[in-house]
Write a protein that binds this ligand. Structure first.
Ligand SMILES: [Zn+2]
Length: 368
């Protein structure tokens, strides 16, 4: 039993739109630069894996695209038709900052297919755990509204495909991408069989979602957990939030498997956040969640790639996660470790964060 790693070169070929950073080009915005969500962060992670040779300790795999039936369990046919039509006629933009080119539909279905295969491989026992290098990402995508670079909700598609095959009952989705997992939350807000947990920088993206008081609705009341964190949260803050809020919720929920929406955009030099996580932070969070999975659900753990926009740093953060997941002794020492660990928040911030987590605990307990 090894770690399955699912990827496909075509996922790096997704693109579209005429942006300079997150601004559409025009008027005073000079063309050039492109969206922060570009292939390089993911491709450079894969390149680093090839250079260190950690690929020899992983099962490197591809996967078929998610089928129309798979997509239809999460997204309405009307949205899928509009997406496919635009994709067949050169590309377009159907939501907010989700441009795609010709064939974008097929690439997005492939990205979801990687997540689906990763979940299946763990649930069938083919692999102990798995990582899907999905692109485009998925966690912002609502059933009928793509946003935040996300065109299909990869994790929900994977989870529902596994359920349709009778492989999966209760599942917990832990989202440590620095942005709120608004799409995943919306899809499962009324569902009692799916625990959705999102750690995110408060008031980053989206601006109007991700509050701690949003705990789910109807049968799903209590199965949504938002953990908005203050800008500047670093290594100790993330580890504490996992220990104090995430792990107890997982233990109480008793899922059959844990899926992580694994973004690397809480890193100290990410252009889309103001956090101070390091490669050590992602390694430690992986160890924490792996211990929880071992205790709760026989180690069944799948990570699906989401955001992360530092071309230089994502590869080292991702490599650390894969070392931890697979137990490989092949390392890629973080060249920024000394710099970023020396610049972590001080004791005053730690005291403030401890109070902050106390307040979140109280808000979670009060609702419902
Ligand atoms: Zn993100």
């Amino acid at each position: 039993m090894s770690t399955g790693f699912f990827w496909d070169e075509r996922c790096f070929w997704h693109g579209g739109g005429n942006y300079s950073f997150t601004l559409p080009v025009g008027d005073l915005v000079q063309p050039g630069g492109g969206l922060p969500e570009n292939p390089e962060t993911k491709r450079r992670l894969l390149n680093l894996m090839h250079v260190t040779g950690i690929t020899a300790d992983l099962a490197m795999l591809d996967a078929p695209a998610a089928t129309d039936e798979d997509l239809g369990r999460v997204h309405p046919q009307s949205y899928l038709d509009r997406f496919k039509d635009a994709s067949d006629t050169g590309g377009g933009e159907l939501g907010l900052r989700t441009p795609f080119g010709a064939g974008g539909f097929e690439i997005a279905a492939l990205s979801a297919g990687l997540a689906k295969a990763a979940v299946q491989s763990v649930l069938t026992g083919a692999h102990r755990n798995a990582y899907a290098l999905s692109r485009p990402p998925g966690h912002h995508c609502l059933p009928d509204w793509p946003n935040g670079f996300c065109l299909l909700n990869n994790i929900a598609i994977a989870v529902e495909a596994a359920r349709a095959e009778g492989l999966l009952g209760r599942v917990a989705i832990v989202d440590w991408d620095v942005h709120h997992g608004n799409g995943t939350e919306a899809i499962y807000y009324d569902r009692a069989d799916t625990l959705t947990i999102s750690l995110h920088q408060e008031h980053n993206y989206p601006l109007d979602t991700g509050d701690a008081v949003d705990r789910g609705r109807g049968p799903g009341l209590g199965t949504n957990l938002n953990i908005p964190l203050p800008p500047g949260t670093g290594h100790l803050g993330y580890v504490a939030a996992m220990d104090r809020l995430v792990l107890p919720a997982l233990t109480a929920f008793e899922p059959h498997a844990i899926v992580v929406a694994c973004g690397f955009d809480a890193s100290a030099i990410d252009p889309l956040s103001r956090m101070l996580a390091t490669a050590q932070t992602f390694r430690t969070m992986t160890a924490q969640i792996q211990r929880a999975a071992n205790e709760i659900c026989d180690g069944r753990l799948v990570l699906v790639h989401e955001g992360g926009y530092s071309e230089v740093y994502v590869p080292f953060c991702g490599h650390a996660v894969l070392e931890e997941l697979s137990g490989s002794q092949i390392t890629a020492p973080d060249p920024f470790d000394a710099t970023f660990m020396a610049r972590q928040p001080g004791p005053r911030f730690d005291t403030m964060l401890s109070d902050w987590l106390d307040a979140l605990e109280a808000e979670h307990a009060a609702t419902p």
